[in-house]
Write a protein that binds this ligand. Structure first.
Ligand code: ADP
Ligand code: MG
Length: 465
């Protein structure tokens, strides 16, 4: 980035804070592990107190630090932006960044597929104008204001992911982001722990419309069983433009036909009478559906769906999100489908459907616990037995207390092995894998399936394998 993102005067005005010295920050950081020289370091009081890291931040070249108390021992020449509350301060930066921007903003929420859709939108719009989007899944009360605070003033498009775990979280984030286009990818029983039912989740997703700019559009999934409820919510929120996507013949952006060839997907899409041929380097109908949401949002944002197609074709899945990696064995190679970053019932079903069509000698699923399902955990895990049978999978390996319920529900012939955690499961899987196998690894981040996938692929984050 060239030029300042935040001058001390702008940052003080945005936060209601007082700058001890003038400064010009080229970025915003909340974590010294990823801080870049020139950043404004925001000392948040989160899992750790960021004020303990202010000295480190300056050592790493921070331009200034936003604090609610002066860190002891800090040189008096260090530029501080003193505020009452640093999270409020970060929100102030986010709000001001949004206000000074002329960008067309797209907000993305939904039970599954937010980050995939955000990445695809960033690529599709990035091919057509300067586009700002977070590099990761920054979708909560910290991630959303941080992403906005980092938005360069010259951005023409911005894509903001908005997530939630609890009722009431989406509306304030949407009101900060003020999207011109809101996308609800789908509504499923994910993060259901704090909700009575799926309808409650649908209503929470609908709350993204509380932040929609006047004249804005909402993009809804026509195939989702909550479509009518969301369309009614759009009416209630006074949203005049609803664009729907999906395989349903009434969809505005309709997925008419698709086929998976090897590891890519071809789709024929009709967008309000325009015929589009889509190629994706990602297998699975869910990827084609996400692409339909992207094309609808691109259209609603006033950009070109046709110009988005080459950018979508060039997308490759990020690490741990369905990326393919070789497993080198003494006598040949197997293929790892590394989807270890995240798991929920709909995403495991989508991954199993991909595995079903995978070109391999044997199809193997290695599954860790899906978290945040509350009281439905056992039932949701057991419920994967059906999709596993339908996908003609040869062997299933499971780890974690919840996956035990699935493992016990599987026919004996499918059971490859069980262990309490991923570290203990690794040697069991290693012994079983043979050349030509396709091995899906999937689980919630907390199930630590990532290290298992890295070890299978012969790499560990520590450098040795
Ligand atoms: N439309 C979809 N339906 C089912 N699974 C999906 C869909 N889109 C993405 N996924 C899968 O869900 C998981 C999480 O995807 P991600 O885009 O990170 O979602 P989120 O940001 O909502 O958590 C990944 O395994 C991904 O492949
Ligand atoms: Mg995400």
């Amino acid at each position: 980035m060239t030029g300042a993102l935040w001058s001390s005067a702008e940052a003080a005005a945005a936060t209601g804070g007082v700058a001890s010295h003038p400064f010009a920050a080229t970025g915003v950081s909340i974590d010294t592990r990823s801080l870049a020289a020139g950043d404004l370091f925001v000392a948040l009081n989160d899992t750790r107190d960021g004020h303990d890291f202010v000295t480190d931040a300056f050592r790493m070249g921070a331009a200034a630090a936003m604090v609610s108390a002066d860190p002891p021992g800090l040189g008096s020449d260090r530029p501080l932006l003193r505020v009452g509350d640093t999270l409020d301060g970060l929100r102030g930066l986010g709000r001001a960044a949004r206000e000074r921007s002329a960008a067309t903003v797209i907000g993305v929420t939904g039970s599954v597929g937010k980050t995939s859709t955000k990445e695809a939108l960033a690529a599709a719009l990035g091919a057509q104008g300067q586009t700002h989007a977070a590099s990761a899944s920054y979708n909560n009360h910290i991630g959303v204001p941080l992403t906005l605070a980092r938005m360069p003033p010259a951005s023409q498009f911005a894509v903001i992911e908005i997530g939630m775990n609890h009722p009431g979280e989406i509306a304030p984030l949407a009101q900060l982001a003020r999207p011109h286009v809101a996308v609800i990818t789908t509504v499923e029983a994910v993060h259901i722990e704090f909700f009575a039912d799926e309808e409650g989740i649908a209503d929470e997703k609908a709350a993204i419309m509380a932040g929609l700019e006047p004249g804005g559009a909402v993009v809804l999934n026509r195939d989702n069983r909550h479509f009518e409820r969301l369309a009614a919510a759009a009416h209630a929120y006074g949203v005049g433009r609803v664009l729907s996507f999906g395989t349903d013949e009434r969809a505005d952006v309709r997925l008419r036909a698709w086929s998976t060839e090897g590891w890519s997907t071809r789709a024929h899409i009709t967008l309000l009478g325009r015929e589009l041929e889509l190629v994706l380097a990602t297998p699975g109908v869910h990827a084609a559906q996400n692409a339909c949401a992207v094309l609808a949002a691109v259209f609603a944002a006033g950009a070109s769906p046709e110009a988005a197609l080459p950018a979508l074709a060039a997308l490759v899945p990020p690490p741990g999100r369905g990326r393919r990696r070789p497993i080198v064995l003494a006598d040949g190679e197997a293929l790892l489908l590394d989807d270890s970053y995240n798991a929920s019932p709909p995403s495991v079903r989508a991954a199993l459907a991909v595995l079903a069509d995978a070109p391999g000698v044997r199809r193997i699923a290695v599954l860790g616990d899906m978290r945040e399902l509350g009281a439905r955990g056992e039932e949701e895990h057991r419920g994967l037995a059906g999709p596993i049978l339908a996908a003609r999978i040869d062997h299933v390996f499971c780890c974690g207390p919840l996956m035990r319920h699935l493992y016990d529900a599987l026919p004996a012939g499918l059971r490859g092995g069980y262990a309490p955690d991923s570290a203990a499961l690794l040697p069991i899987v290693r012994l079983a894998v043979r050349p030509g196998d396709v091995v899906l690894v999937k689980g919630s981040l907390g199930s630590r399936m990532g290290p298992l996938a890295d070890a299978l692929a012969g790499e560990s984050k520590g450098g040795k394998s």
